[in-house]
Design a protein around this ligand. Sequence first.
Ligand code: 5AD
Ligand code: SF4
Length: 473
Amino acid sequence: MNREPVRHIGPEELAEQGRFAALVQAHHSRPRSYHIVTYGCQMNAHDSETLAGTLSGMGIANAPRREEADLVLFNTCCIRDNAERKALGNITWLKEIKKKRPHMLIGVCGCMMQQRGMAETVLKQYPFVDIAFGTGSLYRLPEYLYLAVEEKRRVIDVSREESTIAEGLPVLRESPFKAYINIMFGCNNYCAYCIVPYVRGRERSRRADDILREAEALVADGVQEITLLGQNVNSYGNDTGEIPFAQLLRRLEATGIPRLRFMTSHPKDLSNELIEEYARNRALAPHLHLPVQSGSDNILAAMNRRYDVRTYLDRVDRLRAARPDIGLTTDLIVAFPGETEEDFQQSMALVERVRYDSAFTFIYSARTGTKAAGLPGQVAPDVASERIERLIAVQEGITREVLHSLRGQRMGILVEGASARRQSQMTGKCGRNISVNFTGGHEGLVGRIVPVHITGAGSNTLRGEYIKEEETT
Ligand code: 5AD
Ligand code: SF4
């Protein structure tokens, strides 16, 4: 494991990037527009917001369509085989476009590039790709563009700068009223199936003051909802010895942010303090994404998850006691090597017992370099597909029941805009992160948290009526 100390990128390095940015901006053949294609999790989505912030700061405009952009960046994910295949397919598609628009620059970045040897392979097999860089060096994008534009060089930088934290990078948020904040990077858990520790490096937490400063600026900017991001937020602060996660939540509540979310939590690190925080923290949304992965103790042990079903269920019960309106969501993997029908039945039973609002279900995908890739008992693809279908069917039924049980409630909805299906209705998210379409609202509510009376439920959305605010006083 990499044990070099965490390095905070200093102002001199950022100033140097500023000089590269100015050189690119002054260059006659600079890109004038960019398009970013993002795969994977919220971490990657937020990295893309940072890339967009850097590019727009250089006077490069966003192009809605990739085929019309001068610079296309693919921010890739490698968590499962299909995430990789999708990215590579889309990169290939751009080859023909580039033939017609030879000045187009194509960059590939993100987790896929962090895999050993992958960036070299991509540059070799995709000769029309100009730039390849990893997740630890986003802040150097101006330099890469300078090398590509001025020196006409192909750039490859996957220097595995895993132990860096760059503060103060510009961010172009996708939403004016919702924002992400990274609180930590990397993961030390080494779940047997997972590639993340190998591509995102070891856990390193940002300083609490830096996080709070960012949150205060967002609140001042009118942001209504902050989602804290990290591969394992429950171990926030373990590496720095600063404050633990529950205390960070408390300090964030004091910024006045109306709604606070976080992801992802590892069940083994879900502390009593955090459970108590759900009972008292008014900013904390009544939602927790708590990936269980399997309902079988044998499989959980083989996955190196370091909790058993009993411990997991105990934490679920205590969370619900602390916050009765909490909605839980999860991730489940089917067909992990060695999973028997009985193990699978235990996952089905766990889903029935917990009654999640919704679940992300995945067929196990072997990732080179992980412990599970070498395990015996790989499950046949037809068995895996059949299992996932059964699991999805059970969860769909539960989702429907849970949503129906919410009828009659009054909820605060963060309004996102007009409903795509019915323009006369508005849509937004409740605290449990369920989409709610409602009547009686108007465009003026966008970006606000407003009271809505829930009147009905579909298969994965709720319906409601806006409670006019004068009526609520
Ligand atoms: N195969 C299938 N699913 C995986 N996940 C992570 N790695 C793999 C893999 N190799 C799932 C886990 C995790 C979610 C983000 O992706 O369920 O929680
Ligand atoms: Fe996110 Fe993991 Fe995919 Fe990277 S590999 S984008 S951290 S899910």
